[in-house]
Design a protein around this ligand. Sequence first.
Ligand code: ACO
Length: 320
Amino acid sequence: MYASFKSIGAYIPEQIRTNQWFVDRMDTSNEWITKRTGISERRIASDEENTSDLGVNAAKIAIERSDILVEDIDLVICATISPDYYCMPSTACLIANKLGINNVMALDISAACTGFVYAVQTAKAFIESGMKKNVLIVGAEKLSSIVDYTDRTTCMLFGDGAGAAIISTTEDKDEAILDIQCSADGGLKDLLLTPGVASDEAMFMQMKGNETFKIAVRTLTNDVKDIMAKNKLQNEDIDLFIPHQANYRIIKAVGDALKFEDSQKVVTVAKYGNTSSASIPMAMNDVYESGRLQSGDMMLLDAFGGGLTWGSALIPFAGK
Ligand code: ACO
């Protein structure tokens, strides 16, 4: 039995926060933000919307676009670093409950911006072991709740949003998720962390941006070279390169080092900013809705984030 990637959906919060919002509040400029990050605007969830609500909205679309029913889902995974509640209950439990999915295993994954790739890997393992048949995976973030809006070096990077997918069993090897590799190095935890606990000011995210930038470019590039070589694939075998959307300069540096054509690269960072675990599924949803992602297309995912964590995946799109 193989695992196949059956559908994608996303929820993009309504409120747009442009660079001008930051210019009005701190010592920065539209030119600096655009030039250094490629970001023009990001979305911000409303006060009434929690991470689980964003995730539920994305999940409903992913379920509707798949050929399964809500009651067929036997595992719910949510990747997030901005859960509704710290410690418990997990955001996956809340999402399952709000969708009316009862009596199934539900768990969160904390792998920062690599969260969605970790979630696909986990779903694949459960399916290939025969333990589960239809897994709902969600990457959902209300990062505006953990961003320090007095820190001009990080706050303009992040936005809110959610993406979701259905991973199901298949006997068709052509539809099967080809390969995923996920890694971590806790020795580099200090580059990107929330040092405190809830209700403490130190719960806000802190990042050593420049150091993280350099490690991100090197790690993302090497990880892709590794997974491509392992699977004996060439660039022309990849239809869409969908990297984590942290910074346009990182995407460009990695894309150039790997010699991908612009037509293969998916870039949404300008309009959504960095939405951590939601960034890859939101980008995937964008190309799906615009018709660029077609059934059978080979997607290459590449992510990097706090932990540090990183991962790559080779996934044929098995949706309609
Ligand atoms: N406006 C104006 N100037 C600024 C701003 C700002 N908002 N922020 C920083 N600067 C200044 C700095 O003070 C510095 O000034 P100095 O040269 O006088 O000291 C100068 O700009 C350059 O600062 P750097 O930090 O070196 O800028 P850099 O080019 O590295 O860009 C950025 C910063 C955008 C944060 C970049 O390093 C980055 O994107 N890092 C990686 C992010 C990432 O991939 N994170 C992992 C995933 S996120 C997750 O897991 C949740």
